[in-house]
Design a protein around this ligand. Structure first.
Ligand code: UD1
Length: 426
């Protein structure tokens, strides 16, 4: 299992480039299931979750080509024949986003068998809303031996009001409705930029979708979709992680190839804590060094503060003067980084969905354990300011969603190196 060795104390200086969003690329790859023709995606990040999805699509009979050299972030997918519409447990056990193939598979082939998803250990993470939605579109769903099986000759358009806002649930049903018979109206949809990105691809494939990015989406089902070429959005969470890294180290960092318009709540909270930002159209420069002050944060659905930035922002709050309260409203078990941050000298206590951070602690290096994707990022940030050399175990969590993060951070002055194989034994 790979580890990161991080020596703290260096301010991050220079320019760092953001990759494409994993959470956009995953549904866009699943959308290729909906057509026999080739779908070409640009700006796909090279992370483990994408590799898992490639294996998943190939195991169903798809041809997936990853570009090399200058085209290394291009992925082309052709699902001419889907001989085996099954998402096998051995492939999907590490990735919750596997539920994203459920809707497109049943819409295209009339049948799907999908292993119940794994992924980050951040709470129960049910997929009842995907199931309920597909049922209202006419699918018959059964569940046995850890697999869901969905069948429908042809899905029918439906009026679906989501009981709760769900990102992949909205995406899954959007793909199903694109090929369904008749019109669908979805209410209380997720408004995340990743939903908008997927809808743009689907429309380029011949779908008729209106309202993506708002809570009400109208879809006119079509009989067939065709191939398309699409560029994946920049990763707003990776960009946010780098900005927070620049801030916590008191550096001067230009985060480029990002979309600040999709990062309003995070940028606002950074500024509220005293971090200086220069916000461009596709870059943000962070320069800090002055005193930072405590701020309270509550995670919300987009455009609120993203739950995927909560852990990293908490690392920053350990360095702010005063007491901050972080409330996690999306997932019920997303404070696993707290015990590790406390082992590094932070003063954080948790009560229910809230964590209270007494800031200004001098962090010390330690051997710590990564527990999920974003928790890992928060430990890297803490280690970048800790006194001495920290060792982070289980960085495979990080490899699921951050592309070559150690190389990118080293490029702007961080002392971080990997021990072990990149995608070796997990
Ligand atoms: C997506 C993101 C993840 C992010 C999360 C919230 C991807 C691949 N992952 O995850 O990085 O942290 O959005 O922004 O895009 N829920 C139900 N029933 C369902 C589905 C969800 O109760 O059928 C609940 C969940 O338990 C959670 C909440 O709804 O409490 C939001 O989950 P959801 O938006 O579905 O998260 P994901 O799409 O899995």
């Amino acid at each position: 299992m790979d580890k990161f060795v991080v020596r703290g104390g260096n301010p991050l200086l220079g320019t760092i480039r953001v990759s494409g969003a994993k959470n956009s690329a995953l549904p866009c790859m699943a959308a290729a299931i909906l057509t026999e023709e080739e779908v070409v995606l640009e700006n796909v990040p090279q992370v483990q979750d994408i590799e898992t999805e490639r294996k998943l699509l190939e195991s169903m009979g798809a041809e997936v080509e990853l570009g090399y050299g200058r085209a290394q972030h291009r992925t082309s997918i052709k699902c001419a024949v889907l001989s085996d519409p099954v998402a096998k447990y051995e492939i999907v056990k590490t990735m919750r986003a596997s539920s994203l193939v459920l809707g497109p598979l049943v819409a295209r082939t009339g049948m799907a068998r999908v292993a119940m998803p794994g992924g980050c250990a951040i709470g129960g993470r049910p997929i009842d809303l995907h199931i309920k939605g597909l049922e209202s579109m006419g699918a018959k769903i059964t569940q046995e031996h850890g697999y869901l099986e969905a069948r429908a000759d042809r899905l029918k358009g439906a009026h679906i009001v989501f009981d709760k806002i769900t990102v992949t649930g909205t995406e899954d049903l959007l793909m199903a409705a694109a090929l369904a018979d008749g019109e669908s109206l979805f209410e209380n949809c997720a408004r995340e930029p990743e939903v908008t990105d997927l809808a743009a691809l689907l429309n380029a494939m011949g779908a008729s979708i209106e309202g993506a990015g708002t809570s009400t989406i109208k879809i006119k089902g079509v009989a067939k979709l065709h191939g398309a070429r699409h560029r994946i959005n920049p990763d707003r969470i990776e960009a946010g992680t780098f900005l927070t890294a620049g801030a916590i180290t008191g550096g001067d960092l230009n985060v480029e190839c990002c979309n600040p318009a999709q990062m309003g709540s995070l940028l606002g909270k950074l500024q509220e804590s005293g971090v200086k930002l220069e916000i461009g159209t596709d870059n943000v420069r962070v320069h800090s060094g002055g005193k930072l002050t405590a701020v309270d944060v509550s995670t919300e659905e987009y455009p609120g503060f993203p739950t995927d930035m909560q852990a990293q922002f908490m690392a920053l709050l350990t360095q702010c003067e005063g007491t901050s309260v972080v409330t996690e409203n999306i997932f019920e078990n997303r404070f696993m980084h707290v015990s590790e941050l406390n082992r590094m000298g932070a003063h954080i206590s948790v009560s229910g969905r809230s964590a209270t951070i007494r800031g200004g602690a001098k962090l010390q290096s330690a051997a710590v354990m990564c527990s999920d994707l974003r928790a890992s990022a928060s430990l890297v940030l803490a280690a970048l300011v800790a006194d001495g050399e920290s060792i982070l175990d289980r960085v495979y969590h990080m490899d699921r969603g951050y592309e070559r993060i150690e190389e990118k951070l080293r490029g702007v002055g961080a002392q971080i190196r990997r021990m072990g194989d990149v995608f070796g034994k997990k």
